[in-house]
Design a protein around this ligand. Structure first.
Ligand SMILES: Cc1cc2nc3c(=O)[nH]c(=O)nc-3n(C[C@H](O)[C@H](O)[C@H](O)COP(=O)(O)O)c2cc1C
Length: 155
């Protein structure tokens, strides 16, 4: 099966998870990169504000033929209970164009199923996901996978 993992990562944690899973399952990777104020504190503020206000963030251009893939995995970090803005922008841009999509929600703290985030993604993409899971860490603990629904937690 030909898979691609699409992810955004501000601190590098999601990037680390995406990298290790892509090696494990032989998947390609696409990193979503926000453009404004790159590498500055202002970028962080903009990221948090855009996430909380559900605004789009300009993201770097990419050229990927998603039709070539049998499975598209979106790795989505959660900020203040919400989907990180760059992933939201990606989902809006790709609305109606992605098929066989799986979600992996990356988060910390209290273990949650993130039903509304998953419902928003399905609605925006116009496609019911094939599987959803979380990679979650309690405070001071290691990240570990938990299935939400469907089959794969990547395998
Ligand atoms: C400002 C901020 C707010 C966060 N809010 C939540 C939250 O509401 N729920 C949660 O489960 N995790 C929350 N987290 C934890 C992130 O989801 C977690 O650190 C994730 O690994 C971030 O992805 P990244 O490290 O690849 O950028 C928050 C992290 C930060 C920095």
């Amino acid at each position: 099966m030909k898979s691609i993992i699409v992810y955004f990562s501000r601190t590098g944690k999601t990037a680390q998870v995406a990298r290790s899973w892509s090696h494990r399952i032989g998947a390609s990777r696409l990193e979503i990169i926000p453009m404004a104020w790159r590498g500055t504190f202002r970028e962080v503020l903009h990221y948090v504000c855009a996430t909380l206000t559900r605004k789009d963030m300009e993201i770097d251009l990419y050229k990927v033929d998603f039709e070539k893939y049998d499975r598209i995995v979106l790795m989505v970090p959660v900020i203040c209970g919400m989907m990180s803005a760059p992933m939201r922008t990606f989902a809006r841009q790709e609305a109606g164009k992605l098929h066989n999509v799986e979600y992996v929600i990356i988060h910390k703290g209290i273990k949650m199923r993130h039903k509304s985030l998953i419902a928003w993604l399905d609605k925006t993409l116009g496609e019911k996901h094939v599987a959803a899971s979380s990679i979650w860490a309690g405070w001071g603990k290691e990240y570990k996978p938990a299935r939400i629904d469907g089959e794969s937690i990547l395998k």
